[in-house]
Design a protein around this ligand. Structure first.
Ligand code: HEM
Ligand SMILES: [Ca+2]
Length: 363
């Protein structure tokens, strides 16, 4: 007798398909009927049963793509990679603390456009329109030189092994840690895109004028919940914003502390075009320390961006903000969960994409 086809789905989405021989699945009547039984079809529907089985395999494989990321991906191919990223990020942040914020934001802006694939890092060429000049990024994103420097160290260590997308993911974690935030195991194994999306950068990344519903929708479009959105927004406990992004909030909105807006207005003139690039800290007290101060600001109506204050403005997310004010460890736990989820957004794995030699250009 031929052994019947066995389909076993093991833990972690690894698909194991063991067959007696390829002949079995196509020709043996008993195998046919067992496939039919699995697919819930009658013996006379063997052709469609096979299609259903193939569909199941395709779905499982697609679902398993992100499961290929793992914390140990480079442990034999480049054991020194993560340590090298960490020390390079540590020295960059020691030199300029804001750099930690800038790197964290790069990761967010990368992941929200065709997944965490390093697309943001590509420079414009005559044949490729990159993301750097899209509205949310233009004149705003920074830290590419640091990513280049980190990548150069890693390339020296293990040429052609570690992707730019992974360098960015690990550097984002190390940035948070360097500024006093929580740590976590970064899943790696992403590959780099050969494309970028200017329109994706314009459409997917939330603008600071967003209301709560729009913020929630733009995160939902990436598979992230409203809870993830509120937790990840705690990133605004570090870094700076330009006057052009908070002018309307400090002059027009009423859900803002009066003393706070008056202070900010001194550095951000009402007339647009004047002082557009003047900076203010997203967290007025501790813009280089990663803690739960952002949420304390929101409760005090001291959110710098309109979108920040939307998270505590009498709506559904108020209780979550309050819980993070009460418990920094709850914030840290939810932030880490959100970062891991964000890092899982449609990674390129297997033979998809490439390992760029230079993060600014395709190979
Ligand atoms: C919830 C929706 C979000 C909006 C509307 C938003 C918007 C902004 C804006 C307008 C700035 C200032 C940019 C400038 O003026 O040049 C900024 C800075 C920043 N954002 Fe967000 N952001 C959001 C979510 C996030 C998330 C999820 C992260 C990270 C996981 C993040 C990390 C940062 C950091 C660290 C900075 C400071 C960067 C620096 O100092 O270089 N933001 N954000
Ligand atoms: Ca802070």
């Amino acid at each position: 007798m031929y052994a019947p086809a066995k389909l076993a789905v093991a833990q972690g989405n690894t698909l194991t398909l063991s067959l007696g021989s390829s002949r079995d699945i196509f020709f043996h009547p008993q195998t046919h009927s067992s496939i039919s039984a699995m697919a819930g079809a009658s013996a006379s529907e063997n052709g469609s049963a096979l299609c259903v089985l193939m569909l199941v395999i395709m779905v499982l494989c697609a679902g398993g793509a992100s499961a290929q990321l793992s914390t140990g991906f480079y442990s034999s191919s480049c054991p020194g990679a993560l340590g090298a990223v960490k020390s390079a990020v540590q020295s960059a942040v020691a030199k300029e603390p804001r750099m930690g914020a800038s790197i964290l934001r790069l990761f967010f802006h990368d992941c929200f456009v065709q997944g965490c694939d390093g697309s943001l890092l590509l420079d414009d060429t005559s044949s490729l329109q990159g993301e750097k000049t899209a509205k949310p990024n233009n004149g705003s994103v920074r830290g590419f030189e640091v990513i280049d420097a980190v990548k150069a160290v890693v390339e020296k260590l293990c040429p052609g092994v570690v992707s730019c997308a992974d360098v960015l993911a690990v550097a984002a974690r190390d940035s948070v840690v360097a500024l006093g935030g929580p740590s976590w195991g970064v899943k790696v194994g992403r590959r780099d895109s050969t494309t970028a999306s200017f329109s994706g950068a314009n459409n997917n990344i939330p603008p600071p004028t967003s209301g709560l519903a729009n913020l929630t929708a733009l995160f939902a479009a990436q598979g992230l919940s409203q809870k993830d959105m509120v937790a990840l927004s705690g990133s605004h406990t570090i870094g700076q914003a330009r006057c052009t992004n908070f002018r309307a909030h400090i002059y027009n909105d009423t859900n803002i502390d009066k003393g706070f807006s008056t202070t900010l207005q001194a550095g951000c003139p009402l007339t647009s075009g004047s002082g557009d690039n003047n900076l203010a800290p997203l967290d007025l007290q501790t813009p280089t320390t990663f803690e739960n101060n952002y949420y304390k600001n929101l409760i005090g109506k001291k959110g710098l961006l309109h979108s920040d204050q939307e998270l505590f403005n009498g709506g559904a997310t108020d209780p979550q903000v309050q819980s993070y004010v009460r418990s920094q460890s709850t914030f840290f736990a939810d932030f880490v969960a959100g970062m891991i989820k964000m890092g899982d957004i449609s990674p390129l794995t297997g033979n998809n994409g490439e390992i760029r030699k230079n993060c600014r250009k395709t190979n």
